[in-house]
Design a protein around this ligand. Structure first.
Ligand SMILES: C[S@@+](CC[C@H](N)C(=O)[O-])C[C@H]1O[C@@H](n2cnc3c(N)ncnc32)[C@H](O)[C@@H]1O
Length: 117
């Protein structure tokens, strides 16, 4: 499905970016989904990187952010999840953990939902 979709419009609907910075405008997206990236590599990307990336995604999102899954490569919930949820810097954003039906990696059936508005 991805390959078929990517072929449309010469792939121009897909834009590469490298966190923690992106080229997108403030609130350019209604919903942002981060899939199998944040939390997953918590042994390689430190908490500061997670914060800088989340702050950037908050900047470019108007309504909601979904980070899925919330486990690391060992299949354990990343310690950064609770740390982010309790971080004073994000106190204005409602964060909840939701179960989902899809599980691609072991124990990866939960997402972190962050309400922006
Ligand atoms: C496990 S893959 C997940 C791919 C896809 N999101 C999915 O769920 O199938 C992790 C991806 O993160 C990308 N990546 C690594 N460092 C990155 C960074 N600093 N900014 C953005 N993407 C990065 C890698 O190139 C890789 O494609």
């Amino acid at each position: 499905m991805f390959i078929e979709d990517f072929k449309k419009e010469n792939g121009s609907r897909y834009i590469a970016a490298e966190y923690p910075k992106t080229q997108f405008a403030d609130k350019q997206f209604t919903i942002s989904l981060i899939s199998h990236f944040l939390f997953m590599y918590d042994e390689h990307l430190n908490y500061e990187f997670h914060k800088r990336t989340l702050s950037e995604i908050i900047r470019i999102t108007s309504k909601e952010i979904r980070i899925f899954p919330i486990v690391n490569l060992k299949g354990k919930r990343s310690l950064f999840v609770e740390k982010l949820m309790e971080d004073r810097e994000y106190k204005d954003y409602k964060m909840v953990i939701k179960k989902v039906d899809y599980e691609f990696v072991k124990n990866g059936n939960e997402m972190l939902k962050i309400k922006i508005t």
